[in-house]
Design a protein around this ligand. Structure first.
Ligand SMILES: NC(=O)c1ccc[n+]([C@@H]2O[C@H](COP(=O)([O-])OP(=O)(O)OC[C@H]3O[C@@H](n4cnc5c(N)ncnc54)[C@H](OP(=O)(O)O)[C@@H]3O)[C@@H](O)[C@H]2O)c1
Length: 326
């Protein structure tokens, strides 16, 4: 089978398409024929070697964390999935990736795809959707009186968070660039700031909750726009901030909360419920597998709304030498 792999940390040019044996599965795993994988900032942070502590340094490795596809085979203890099911899910532990024609995955991280969304939308859900659910859980009770600022509101994470916050009735100010404003309004923002024109920190308003999804607004900088009793949710914490924020929070009512989410069945249920109630999953662009370079360049450059997806539509030489298109 074909797989997108890399054998050293680095920029996009470390990627290669390799011919690999199909994986085998353990008792609690499923073999999935991948239809699509979405690109998350996590994927390029791992590829650049920025997360070695968690990802390890074993090569070769695949990329891509979220995927959708069709179940080809199930392990002997798997009871809730069967061959032919349309599914989506996430690979485990930052150690492997979804960028191959077939992947073996723990069945606990694979869910049936709802019929109302396509494979590209399904592959866009797990990492950022789960993180948005996790962020909501950290916020506690919300009402129309709760003023929330979401900085970086129309990327993958923001798309889910804004719509979940709308379903919970919070009063959200969304910070976007110009092309994101219409989406942010549609997804439930009651006020908008354009970061290319407005300085968020010079605004008079103060917030009960500030969420940074851009990696550019620190807790320290955000303190002046936080109410006396408030939360700052940090989606891109430095490892040292995990213990230090915990200790500092004992002495301040402006709390610094680190988001470290991992996909779970519980979070996925909440997301699928929200999708059933009308949560939109915006896929900005789908690139074919042969255009993987362009896909990563586009995703890493930013400046789009929603998610970027790679379709595993590779042409594969069959054993009889003919070419089939998947
Ligand atoms: N801790 C966790 O569990 C967890 C889980 C998932 C993701 N994350 C992290 O959360 C962050 C967001 O994820 P994502 O998938 O949503 O990434 P993304 O799609 O790249 O979104 C980032 C957003 O930030 C906006 N932005 C860029 N510069 C900005 C600025 N100066 N001010 C305000 N907004 C700005 C971008 O807008 P434009 O593109 O329009 O410029 C974009 O909408 C990433 O760093 C990711 O690694 C953490």
């Amino acid at each position: 089978m074909k797989a997108l792999v890399y054998r050293e940390f680095g920029n996009i040019d470390v990627f290669q398409i390799a011919e690999q044996p199909e994986p085998t599965i353990e008792r609690d795993e499923v073999l999935v024929k991948v239809k699509a994988f979405s690109i998350n900032p996590l994927d390029w942070k791992i590829r650049k070697g920025e997360m070695k502590l968690m990802s390890g340094s074993k090569f070769p490795r695949y990329t891509g964390t979220d995927f959708s596809g069709i179940v080809e085979e199930v392990g002997s203890t798997v009871t809730d999935l069967k061959k032919g099911d349309e599914v989506f899910g996430v690979v485990k532990n930052m150690k492997t990736g979804a960028s191959a024609e077939y992947i073996s995955v723990s069945s606990s991280l694979v869910w049936k795809k709802p019929s109302g969304i396509n494979f590209f939308q399904a592959a866009s859900i797990p990492v950022v959707g789960t993180a948005a659910v996790n962020a909501m859980e950290k916020m506690g009770n919300l009402s129309s009186e709760t003023k929330v600022l979401v900085n970086g509101a129309t990327g993958g994470f923001g798309m889910f968070l804004l719509q979940l916050l709308k379903q919970r009735g919070a009063n959200v100010t969304a910070v976007t660039s110009t092309h994101g404003t219409e989406f942010a309004k549609q997804w439930g923002a009651s006020a908008l700031l354009n970061y290319t024109k407005d300085d968020v920190l010079s605004h008079k308003a103060t917030f009960d909750i500030v969420v940074d999804l851009s990696g550019k607004l620190s807790y320290k900088d955000a303190r002046p726009i936080m109410k006396a009793k408030s939360l700052f949710l940090n989606s891109t914490p430095q490892p040292i901030e995990i213990p230090t924020s915990f200790i500092k929070n004992l002495f301040t009512s402006k709390k610094h909360i680190v988001i470290l989410s991992s996909p779970s069945a519980k979070a996925t249920d909440i997301l699928l419920n929200a999708v059933n109630k009308g949560l939109q999953v915006e896929v900005n662009r789908v690139f074919s597998f042969s255009k993987y370079k362009e896909a990563f360049e586009y995703a890493e450059k930013g400046g789009y709304v929603g998610k970027v997806v790679v379709e595993m539509d590779c042409r594969v030489a069959a054993s009889d030498g003919t070419i089939r298109t998947n």
